[in-house]
Ligand binder design. Sequence first.
Ligand code: GPW
Length: 807
Amino acid sequence: MVTFNKKKFKQLFENKMYSIYAQSIEEANNEQLLTILSSVIKDIISKKWIETRLSCEKEVYYFSIEFLMGRQLKSNLLNLDIQKTIKDGLQEMGISLDDLINAEGDPALGNGGLGRLAACFLDSMASLNISGHGYGLRYKYGLFEQKFVNGYQVEVPDNWLTQGSYIWETVRPNKAIVVKFEGKVYLVEENNKLKAYHKNYIPVMAIPYDIPIIGYQNEYINTLRLFKSEVINRDFGPLTSNAKNHFGSYEEALKYKYYTEEISQSLYPNDSNYAGKLLRLKQEYFLVSAGMQDIIRKYKKSKLNILDLSKNIAIHINDTHPTLCIPELMRILIDEEQLSWDEAWCITKNTISYTNHTIMAEAMEKWPIDMMKKLLPRIYMIIEEINRRYVQNLNNKYNDHEKIKRMSIINHENISMANLCIVGSHSVNGVAALHTDLLKKEVLNEFYDDEPEKFNNKTNGIAHRRWVMNCNEDLSDLITDLIGDKWKKDTLQLKELEKYKNNSQVLSKLNNIKYSNKKRLADFISKEYNIEINPNSIYDVQIKRLHAYKRQLLNVLHILHLYHELLENPNFDMEPRTFIFGAKAAPGYDLAKCIIKFINSVANKINNDEKIENKIKVVFVENYGVSLAEIIIPAADVSEQISTTTKEASGTSNMKFMMNGAITLATLDGANVEIYEQVGDENIILFGLKASQVLNYNKYGGYSALDLYNSNRYIKRVVDDLINGFIPNMGNEGRKIYDSLITYNDEYFVLRDFENYIEAQYKVNELYKQKEKWNSISLVNIANSGMFSSDRTISEYAKYIWFKGVR
Ligand code: GPW
């Protein structure tokens, strides 16, 4: 993309080293080399970055409280198509590119699927020449680092900005924005209009930090803008007399400093769980207000008419965390741009679209009125007025008081963010076909009946460049050898691979690639955890957040089942298996932490039991995150997607595994349904309750875990292991898990699906014995994974939501 060669690169690199560190290349450590390299790359893209920013197409802004980006170096080099130049240039200077790639930190500014999806979407928007930018928070501490101590999860702060800055960011203090909290709002009548005056507020400065998002070999560069919170004026440093004069005392000045800095201090470590903390609401408004003011400021500079906002700009909110975009845009349009309510409302609705990522009640954000009123008095007023008009409208349509209560935005003591999102946007989408169906038919049914045209599905996708081309280079090369490289820009081309499904030579190559990826993972596990695993065993992998609904418990109970079978019958027929887990539990999620301890204790017992001759190994990798996923997924044989049906909105690791040739073992939940539709009965292993059965149980009851326990000796055997001392070194974790199953009647149907899961796992075992058949299925999975590229997902968002009628 750039007039750029090895010689030029080396020159740039050396000069940078002198100007930044005033030292020779030989003296530099990896961290410094990485800083220099990223700085050189930023220099060479700077012109393109500016050009893309000044392009005048319709712009998309993607608001998300999380962006789980992963390392950037390798992906940036691939997208700029300069890997070889850089690798060779570095080598001539005695530097290994691979070392630098691995020395890069992995910013954990997200919890799991939701944040990683946002990152994949940024990659696809840039690669599809869509002017689409992310808005997020620059947390000082990302998701905690997980350590295991005696099998228990211990959380260590993720102090990722040790150098004070991040190598890919550019700070823009000149574009700082003031966000206002608390205070009092006065409504004054002026020229027959009510004008709002916000007094005595607490100002917080939002400083933008920009990260370039480089499209795949298309010279297109978007921006991820992350805001850091600070005092409004650095001259008010708490121990200056300036501050003392302004705040009255040092103590007050310090309080203010703390108030501001706390906002972007740390990521909330909850996944799909609403905690209702005031600080979180501050974070949400801080992100929204800074982002929205930034957008409008830029828009006005471009001299476009504010009434045309929705023609030129699309704002997307990733789940309800940025819901306040709606009242904030209303506030700006009414209070600052002097538009009427109706004009502002029309623009707001047409500009904003919303994605729902869960149907689980515990994840639904409901903010107490009092909290909102005190923290954001003007925003609360606007929400109240939105609600008043909406309820009035419902009253005109329906004569059903209870229904209107359920649909209103303000209810009892709370504000329902999902309801506000639906009412204040023009599009509501789910993240997989089944999920969207459940939204329409169950969870949001009344809203759907009211405004069916708003609802639509956008099945999730993954950045195939990161998740195949970068993390599985051998597979990527094999695919290209077989079908050419068009698939890199159009993953539906992968379908061409299917013609090789009976070609022994191709299948054997595929097998060799999988083997070498498995070997690489075995070496890593041996080095990191001192556990030896056998690359010829089946790698059976479940990596995702620890959650009762994701049912890591079902997985480990099955492992115990196999263990008992082996102990009872040394000739029990099974292929050697390595079960791999990776999962963080939210620090306050007790049951999840108990399950981690249980899995670790089971692992410890089984891995050290010589009687079973290494037939089973259990590895729980510490501190699971993007970088670990990148070495685990290419090595997986079996992809465990075993959530309680209806609970996993989509899942996205299921897609990553599929594209890397793993075979899916799944319930018909989330996007697993669509994986099944792509590959058919022969190429996936399914089990468990169907969605309709789960819904029926939930509505009408009729399930007794205790009855199952009493009537099924296999179930009883493994459940008893929780409390009978069979697994050593457990505290009362086993009892708590036991209670969740028996005393509280197994909310997630673990025992209900257990037998069926054992059968499904047996099918895995039998299939693996026919290795060529297995490899053929693996190939068919890769061939049919094309629709799960986030390029497909983003094209759909663009066509049907953001640029409807524009492009
Ligand atoms: F609860 N998801 C997530 F909907 O990772 F907000 N964190 C969350 O807080 C939520 C959802 C929320 C996940 C879904 O659980 C997963 O099924 C989906 O694939 C992913 O979001 C991306 O859509």
